[in-house]
Design a protein around this ligand. Structure first.
Ligand SMILES: Cc1ncc(COP(=O)(O)O)c(C=O)c1O
Length: 377
């Protein structure tokens, strides 16, 4: 198990291989997802593996905070700044945004939850209005976290229109594509990342849907200096010639902890073992199965779809109300045959079926639908 083989990749010098392989596979993954040149290691940016999307979002918030305060946050702490640093994300953002905001010392009250449209995607006009209002009130709009695939319903925020606002007001744009980002390996679904090429940072989780085991979260930044200047501290005991030369990457400066495992090796294995075409085949099949499941729901007069289903998640419900849906969910989950979870969309209790495991086949999806039907009132 390479991750536990004693590799310590905190500095380039402590494991040049761990560092170089990580840089290489994140460039490969950037190719596979068709991410912009600026995110590649040969450019101003680069990729790093974080333990989770939550950590990726946290370091994005920290980098944004330091950019907005010109280093004052780190140097003197936020109380020395008598202006509010404001954060924007959709009402449907994952809770990791609020956790990151709290950890970065900005406070939950600095978050503006931007209203969504009928498809649960962020409304850029509402974002603009909120940013303008905050600027007029003397606040510093600091970061927008856009979603490519919200947790509840895989809603895709209009990242291009959001980027327009960010560029106009000099706000850091972070894209959270934790689950749905994987779909961008398919040319026919690459549109979900439209606009993401303008982001300052971007996170997606190979450990969710790209066949890699926990934990492996891929994070890219446009200007690596903006990340490392927020996170780097250079005590004497960590200094050595390779770092001082400025020609190597020390990934400790791209994350909160110092020490780090060799997570890149499992991503290397997945990319080499399957190859791009096989990964595309598997992801395409998951999407086909998801659309098949959605067609079962659509064809049944007792059920309805409750959100668009562009990738691998179907939100649906029985028309019999919340109790009926809870009973269906509990009955299926208690059977041990399948496990699905719920959310609330527009005040309506909703069931959620996600397909993303390598070995899921059509017969499994048909079986789940039979179980749901059999558990329905
Ligand atoms: C959109 C989104 N962002 C972030 C996360 C958090 O991911 P992680 O567990 O890697 O922190 C999730 C997890 O469900 C998610 O769906």
């Amino acid at each position: 198990d390479p991750e536990h083989a004693g590799v310590q990749g905190m500095l380039w010098i402590t494991s040049p291989a761990a560092t170089e392989v990580e840089t290489l596979v994140l460039d490969w993954l950037a190719d596979l997802l068709d991410l912009p040149e600026a995110f590649r290691s040969a450019s101003t940016g680069g990729g790093v593996i974080q333990d989770s999307a939550s950590s990726g979002t946290l370091v994005a918030i920290l980098a944004a905070r330091e950019r907005a305060t010109e280093g004052l946050g780190n140097a003197e702490g936020l109380p020395s700044l008598d202006r509010t640093l404001t954060v924007y994300t959709s009402e449907h953002a994952h809770s990791s945004v609020e956790k990151g905001v709290r950890a970065a010392g900005l406070g939950s009250s600095s978050i503006r939850y931007v209203p969504v449209d009928g498809d649960f995607a962020m409304r850029p006009d509402a974002l603009r209005a909120m940013v303008e209002e905050d600027v007029a009130a003397g606040a510093i709009p600091t970061i927008v976290v856009a979603n490519v695939g919200t947790t509840s319903s895989t809603a895709i925020d209009p990242v291009g229109a959001i980027a327009d606002v960010c560029e106009e007001f000099n706000v850091w744009l972070h894209v959270d594509a934790a689950l749905a980002g994987t779909a961008a390996v398919l040319p026919e679904l690459r549109w979900i990342l439209d606009g993401s090429e303008r982001a300052d940072s971007f996170v997606m989780n190979p450990h969710k849907w790209l066949l890699v085991n926990m934990d492996c979260s891929a994070f890219w930044v446009r200007e690596r200096a903006s990340l490392t200047s927020a996170l780097s501290i250079d005590p004497e005991y960590l200094r050595q010639a390779a770092t001082d030369s400025g020609s190597v990457i020390d990934y400790r400066d791209w994350q909160l902890p110092l020490g780090r495992r060799f997570r890149a090796l499992k991503l290397w294995f997945v990319l080499r073992m399957f190859g791009a075409e096989e990964i595309r085949r598997i992801v395409r099949e998951h999407i086909r199965l998801t659309q098949l499941f959605a067609s079962f729901v659509e064809a049944d007069p007792d059920f309805e779809l409750t959100a668009p289903h562009p990738v691998n998640l179907v939100c649906f419900r029985h028309l019999g109300g919340e109790d009926a849906n809870r009973r269906i969910m509990d009955t299926v989950n208690d059977s041990g045959e399948a496990f699905f979870t719920h959310t609330v969309l527009d005040g309506v209790f909703t069931l959620r079926m996600a397909i993303g495991a390598e070995r899921t086949e059509e017969r499994h999806v048909r079986k789940v639908w039979e179980l749901i039907r059999a558990s329905a009132p």
